[in-house]
Ligand binder design. Structure first.
Ligand code: G6P
Length: 611
C-alpha cells in the first residue's frame, strides 16, 4: 500500500528518491517524505498529497538536493494516524540520528510506545512506525545493522523497512516481514523499493527479500542475512519490463493506456501456451503431470477485488469446459472460515500484485491444509508467486492504474487456458478443444473491435456521467462481468454502482428503479440473453434509462434499450472479455467527465498489503 524507495550511490540521492516515488504514485497514498544524509545530519522533507508537493518542498532546500550517499523515501497510505505532514515518513529518533521508512502495521505498537515513553522518548507523530526509529536508537551500540536486527526482533506485525543513519553515511539497511522489499542491484550503486517500478530506470537485476531477511547495502555491496543473522544467498532475478512500460506515453491516464494495451497484453498471456497438436494448453509453471492434473477433484479460487471477479468468471470455465466443481472464495473469508480442503483440491489464488495480504494468507492456509496450490500472478517474483511455488504468470506487464484493467482480462485468459488444459485432460474432445483454442486466439481481435468503438462509448458515458446511482446486471459469466463493471465505476468516479445478477433484481433492488437509476444491462447473445430482454423491459417499465451491451447486429435488444454498445459476436467463454473492456471505457469516460483523479482514486491503494 505505502511505497518505499531507498538508494545508496554517487547520484543525487534526492533525484533518485523523488523519481522513484513518482513511479510509486500509483500505489495510492496521502502524503510523502524523504530523508538524505548531509555532512552534519539527517535532512528530512515531507509534504501532504502528491509527490510534486514534496518535490516543491525539497527544491527549496539546496542541501537536500545536493546530498549524495544513502537516502530513503516513502509514500504513505494512512493506517495509524490521519494523513498529515507529521505522520508522513521518514520518522526520526529524538536525537535525529536514525531515519526510518516503514510499510506494514506494528501490532505491539502501544506496548512499545509506552515502554519507549517511560525511557524518555518523545513521540511526535501518531504512527506505529515512529516507534521503530526510537527502538533502533535504543538498541544502537555503534553498529547500525546490529541495532536494526535487535529492533526488528521486538516488533510484532508486519514490516518492510528502510533505515539510514547520519553515523553511517553510505549505509542503507532494509528488513522485511510481511511487506515486500526488493533490492535493485546496480554498478557502484544499490537500491531498495517496495516493488520494481522505481528500479526499472536504473537496473533490471533484482533480489527479493524473504520474510525475516535483513539486507545491508553500500554502493558496492549487498549482503542479506536471515532471521538467525546468518548471511544467505538470495537469487538474483532479471526483470523483462522496461521503464517505458511504466510510462504513460501519449495517453491522458495510465488507466486508458492499460485499457488500450489489452489486445497486446492478452496476446502476451496466450503466447506459446496453445498446443495445436493436442488442442490443449501448455502451462509449464503449473508443474503438474497429466496424472496429477487428472486427480484434481475440485478447484477453489481465492482472490480480492477484481481478481476475485476474474475467479468468478473462471468458475464457469472449470465447470463448463472441464466438468470440475469449482468455487470462488473472497480471500479473507477463505482464511478465517476454515474451509474444507482435501489433497485433491486445487487452490488457485489470483492476485495481480502477488502481495495482497488476504490472498497471501489464503495461500498459506491452503498449503497448510495440504492442497495443491498454483498462483495466478502478474508480478514475477512476488510473495504469492514464490510462496505458492507453482503457478501461471499473466505476462500483462506493469499495471500502474489503481483500477485493474489489463491484469483482469489476462487473469480471465489464463483461467480459460487452464480450463482448456484440464478439460482436455478429461472429457473435452479434440474438436471442442480446437474450438476453444480458436476462441482464445481471437480474443485480442475481439478487444480491438471494442476499442474501435471508444468514441461511441465516450459519448454515452458523458451523457450518463450526471447520474449518482447505477445498476449493472448480467447473467452467466456476464454476471461477474457486471460486478466488475460496477466496481470500475465506483472505484474511479465515486458513483454508487451495484452489480447484480439480472434475476436478483426483482428481489429487492427493483424497488429503487426510476428515472434516476440507470441500468447497464449485459445482453450479449449468449445463454440467458432472452431472459435479459425481459429484465430490460422491467427496467424500462420503471423509467430507468438503460444502456444495453448487445451483440453487434442484435436488433431486438437495440429497440428495447435507450442506448446501445455493440460487442462483437463471440462465444459465451470469450464474451466477458470484450464486454468488460466496454465497461472499463464507460467507467473511464464517466470519471473523466466528472473530473476525477482516474489513476489515483481517493482512499484506494493498488496493492492492499494490510488486512
Ligand atoms: C486492490 C486494488 C484492486 C485489486 C485488489 C486485489 O483493492 O485496488 O484493483 O483488484 O486490490 O489486488 P491483487 O493485486 O491481489 O489482484
Amino acid at each position: 500500500m505505502c511505497g518505499i524507495v531507498g538508494y545508496t550511490g554517487p547520484r543525487s540521492t534526492a533525484r533518485v528518491l523523488l523519481d522513484g516515488l513518482k513511479r510509486l504514485e500509483y500505489r495510492g497514498y496521502d502524503s510523502a517524505g524523504a530523508a538524505v544524509l548531509t555532512p552534519e545530519r539527517v535532512e528530512v522533507v515531507k509534504a501532504l498529497g502528491k509527490v510534486r508537493n514534496l518535490e516543491a518542498a525539497a527544491r527549496k532546500k539546496s542541501e537536500f538536493m545536493a546530498a549524495t550517499g544513502a537516502g530513503i523515501a516513502h509514500t504513505r497510505w494512512a493506517t495509524h494516524g490521519a494523513p498529515s505532514v507529521i505522520n508522513a515518513h521518514p520518522h526520526l529518533d529524538n536525537s535525529g540520528t536514525f531515519a526510518v521508512v516503514h510499510n506494514g502495521i506494528i501490532e505491539n505498537f502501544r506496548e512499545l510506545r509506552s515502554h519507549l515513553t517511560s525511557r524518555g522518548c518523545k513521540f511526535v507523530s501518531e504512527t506505529d512506525s515512529e516507534a521503530i526509529a526510537h527502538l533502533i536508537s535504543e538498541c544502537y551500540e555503534g553498529d547500525l545493522v546490529q541495532a536494526v536486527a535487535a529492533a526488528v526482533k521486538r516488533l510484532h506485525g508486519t514490516y518492510g523497512l528502510g533505515v539510514i543513519s547520519s553515523r553511517h553515511p553510505g549505509l542503507l539497511v532494509a528488513a522485511r516481514k510481511g511487506s515486500p522489499i526488493v533490492i535493485g542491484i546496480g554498478k557502484g550503486e544499490n537500491f531498495i523499493a517496495s516493488d520494481v517500478a522505481p528500479l526499472l530506470s536504473y537496473t533490471r537485476e533484482v533480489m527479493y527479500l524473504d520474510d525475516g531477511d535483513l539486507a545491508v547495502l553500500t554502493p558496492d555491496s549487498v549482503e542479506v542475512r536471515n532471521v538467525e543473522n546468518v548471511p544467505v544467498e538470495r537469487e538474483v532475478a532479471r526483470i523483462d519490463w522496461d521503464a517505458d512500460a511504466a510510462e504513460k506515453g501519449n495517453y491522458a491516464h495510465f488507466m486508458l493506456k492499460e485499457i488500450y494495451e489489452q489486445p497486446e497484453t492478452i496476446a502476451n498471456t496466450i503466447r506459446g501456451r496453445i498446443d495445436r497438436q493436442l488442442n490443449s494448453a501448455v502451462l509449464s509453471g503449473l508443474g503438474l503431470t497429466p496424472r496429477e492434473l487428472a486427480s484434481v477433484s475440485r478447484v477453489v479460487i481465492a482472490g480480492c477485488g477484481s481478481s476475485m471477479h476474474a475467479g468468478m468468471v473462471g468458475e464457469y470455465y472449470f465447470e463448463d469446459i472441464a466438468g470440475i466443481p469449482a468455487e470462488v472464495e473472497q480471500a479473507a473469508e477463505f482464511r478465517y472460515r476454515n474451509p474444507i480442503i482435501e489433497p485433491d483440491t486445487l487452490v488457485l489464488p489470483i492476485s495481480q500484485s502477488g502481495e495482497t495480504a488476504d490472498t497471501l494468507a489464503a495461500v498459506r492456509e491452503a498449503r497448510n491444509k495440504g492442497a495443491l496450490v498454483a498462483a495466478l500472478c502478474n508480478v514475477v517474483g512476488s510473495t504469492i508467486a514464490r510462496e505458492a511455488g507453482r503457478g501461471i504468470y499473466l505476462h500483462a506487464g506493469p499495471e500502474i492504474s489503481v483500477a485493474s484493467t489489463k491484469a483482469f482480462t489476462s487473469q480471465i485468459t489464463v483461467l480459460l487456458l487452464l480450463a482448456l488444459l484440464m478439460g482436455r485432460n478429461r472429457r473435452l474432445d479434440s474438436t471442442d478443444g480446437a474450438r476453444i483454442a480458436d476462441e482464445i486466439e481471437q480474443l485480442p481481435d475481439l478487444i480491438r473491435q471494442v476499442l474501435d468503438q471508444a468514441p461511441v462509448i465516450e459519448k454515452i458515458a458523458r451523457r450518463y456521467a450526471r447520474f449518482e446511482h447505477f445498476f449493472f446486471i448480467g447473467r452467466g459469466s456476464l454476471y461477474p462481468t457486471a460486478l466488475e463493471g460496477a466496481l470500475k465505476l465506483k472505484e474511479i468516479s465515486y458513483v454508487h454502482a451495484e452489480g447484480y445478477h439480472a434475476a436478483e433484481l426483482k428481489h429487492g433492488p427493483i424497488a429503487l428503479l426510476d428515472e434516476n437509476h440507470p441500468v447497464i444491462a449485459l445482453a450479449n447473445n449468449i445463454p440467458g440473453r432472452d431472459k435479459m430482454l425481459g429484465n430490460i423491459q422491467e427496467c424500462r417499465a420503471r423509467n430507468s434509462p438503460v444502456v444495453a451491451l448487445v451483440t453487434a447486429g442484435d436488433a431486438a435488444v437495440r429497440d428495447l434499450a435507450g442506448d446501445v454498445i455493440q460487442i462483437p459476436a463471440c462465444s459465451r467463454f470469450a464474451a466477458p472479455l470484450p464486454t468488460v473492456v466496454a465497461l472499463q471505457l464507460f467507467a473511464y469516460y464517466v470519471a473523466v467527465e466528472r473530473g476525477c483523479e482516474v489513476d489515483q482514486p481517493r482512499n484506494l491503494a493498488k496493492s492492499v498489503t494490510v488486512e
